[in-house]
Ligand binder design. Structure first.
Ligand code: PBG
Length: 340
């Protein structure tokens, strides 16, 4: 075996030590890629855990200072805001109220932590009495009348000081409507992160508890995408980019890694993946039962999403993953000192 041509390849050579493995690793997780979702509610001193999402809280505006401080100390530089309004109505009035919950939260975050990137989710479902993403007439979700509400919401988020708006409603033409409205209002520099490929997914279940946004009747299949379709996702993304999206989201992440990869190969805009609520809840449930090694599972999931081609990851795991990444580095450094 020592002379002549090799008979087989020895991949294990580069896997022998952590030092070698680290050197040849193709995908690295970085806390800089994480976006942490926040659920903001009215009231004072509210810090209410979401039952199906252990570790995730509904927070009142006065809690955001502590939250921002914790996130920044962990190296997490961006948040995605969702609001739970005081009152819901047919036309989602609080969504575009200058004194609405998200608008207040944005102002507070920009006051206490101006360097934190504040992204706002633009949708009506948390704000409508029927829980749908748009204007409803005769049981139908109307597309074009909804665009007007979305555009007003995006502009009001911009006026409050948001760094980026993220429309998640999946109405046709909303990126164009929002871009025009922002430009007219003088926000030509404000980027749009569009949920371009968002599927009608059962993986949003726990989120709807957190955001109190479950539809009162019917479902979201008339506007969110059918889980069987990938080519259609590419058309959705291409269209959103043409309409003015600066970056796009694929959502959910795990059952749609092929969509992330296809998007990465086809488009040059930054891509975010949304590691959604049930993806988080399933990990938490299994971990609580002692069935999985939570830390390794989470880091492996996040690495997989990055490897598929997502640049940014919107994830409820952001804080714990940041801690693990930090302590992993410390441990590795400490080991080096010891072995030297
Ligand atoms: C809509 C919105 C949803 C999520 C993000 N934005 C729910 C939906 O479309 O029903 C889901 C996120 C998650 O499950 O973590 N405003």
């Amino acid at each position: 075996m020592t002379e002549g041509p090799l008979e087989f390849r020895r991949f294990r050579r580069l896997r022998r030590t952590e030092g070698l493995r680290r050197l040849v690793r193709e995908t690295r997780l970085s806390v800089e890629d994480f976006i942490y979702p926040l659920f903001v509610v009215h009231g004072r001193g509210v810090r209410r855990e979401v039952a199906s999402m252990p570790g995730v809280y509904q927070l009142s505006v006065d809690q955001l200072g502590y939250e921002a401080e914790e996130l920044l100390s962990l190296g997490i530089g961006a948040v995605l805001l969702f609001g739970i309004p005081a009152r819901k109505d047919e036309l989602a009035s609080e969504a575009y109220d200058p004194d609405g919950i998200v608008q207040r939260a944005v102002r507070e975050l920009k006051r206490v932590a101006p360097e934190l990137v504040v992204i706002t989710d633009v949708c009506n479902c948390e704000y409508t009495s029927h829980g749908h993403c748009g204007v409803v007439q005769d049981g139908q979700i109307l597309n074009d009348p909804t665009l007007e509400l979305l555009a007003r919401t995006a502009v009001s988020h911009a006026e409050a000081g948001a760094d980026m708006v993220a429309p998640s409603d999946m109405m046709d033409g909303r990126v164009l409507a929002i871009r025009h409205a922002l430009d007219r209002a003088g926000f030509v520099e404000l980027p749009i992160l569009s949920y371009a490929a968002k599927y009608a997914s059962a993986f949003y279940g726990p989120f709807r508890e957190a955001a109190e946004s479950a539809p009162a009747f019917g479902d979201r299949r008339s506007h969110q995408m059918d889980p069987g379709n990938r080519r259609e996702a590419l058309r959705e993304i291409a269209t959103d980019i043409e309409e003015g999206a600066d970056a796009i989201i694929v959502k959910p992440a795990l059952a749609y890694l092929d969509v992330i990869l296809a998007a990465r190969e086809r488009f040059d805009v930054p891509i975010a993946a949304y590691n959604v609520s049930a993806e988080y809840a399933m990990v938490k449930a299994a971990a609580r039962n002692g069935w999985i090694d939570e830390q390794r599972i989470v880091l492996e999931i996040l690495t997989g999403i990055r490897r598929a081609g997502a640049h940014m990851i919107i994830t409820y795991h952001a804080k714990e993953a940041a801690r693990w990444l930090q302590s992993g580095r410390l441990t590795a450094a400490a080991e080096e000192v010891v072995t030297r």
